[in-house]
Write a protein that binds this ligand. Structure first.
Ligand SMILES: [Fe+2]
Ligand SMILES: [Fe+2]
Length: 171
């Protein structure tokens, strides 16, 4: 594989793990608010991100390339509201989308159609990721500061389908 592409995927592996840490930090904030449904939703989101990272690692191994596991800085841990956390989450997902698009660009420039095909999964996944954060943001805005509304929304998010890392089902 093209070294530039391998290096860029290795950077993305780091970013996917960072996403998991970011959502775990948000889950911890939700737990502090006794919002156990939000906490469960964010933990499931973190598990998905870990799956995204290991899927990249497995792909590099499949192509006989070296996958690297790198460190990163602390994610943001302090939030003033759940709305702020989810707005940060959406902004983060939009950055991830542009990063995935950039990987696709490098793969196509190199005529690496196998990698482009593999990356297609992430392109579709990012549409879902942005949509799911947007949905929660819209619901949070609808509910506003209504305790009953927040209670109901927390209950609804707690019902998020479990994630099966081996298949990626339930994301
Ligand atoms: Fe991801
Ligand atoms: Fe994501």
């Amino acid at each position: 594989m093209n070294k530039k592409l391998v290096d860029a995927i290795n950077e993305q592996i780091k970013y996917e793990f960072f996403s998991a840490f970011l959502y775990l930090a948000m889950a911890s904030y939700a737990s502090e608010l006794e919002m156990t449904g939000f906490e469960a939703w964010l933990k499931a989101q973190a598990a998905e991100e870990q799956f995204h990272a290991t899927k990249f690692i497995d792909y590099l191994h499949e192509r006989n390339e070296r996958a690297l596991v790198k460190g990163f800085e602390d994610p943001k841990n302090d939030y003033t509201s759940l709305l702020e956390a989810f707005e940060d989450g959406l902004a983060h997902e939009k950055i991830v989308t542009s990063r995935i698009n950039n990987l696709m660009k490098i793969a196509l420039e190199d005529n690496d159609y196998a990698t482009a095909n593999f990356l297609n999964w992430y392109v579709n996944e990012q549409v879902e990721e942005e949509a799911s954060f947007t949905t929660v943001i819209n619901k949070l805005k609808m509910v506003g500061s209504s305790p009953m509304g927040l209670y109901q929304l927390d209950k609804e998010l707690g019902g998020r389908q479990g994630f099966t890392p081996s298949t990626g089902a339930g994301q």
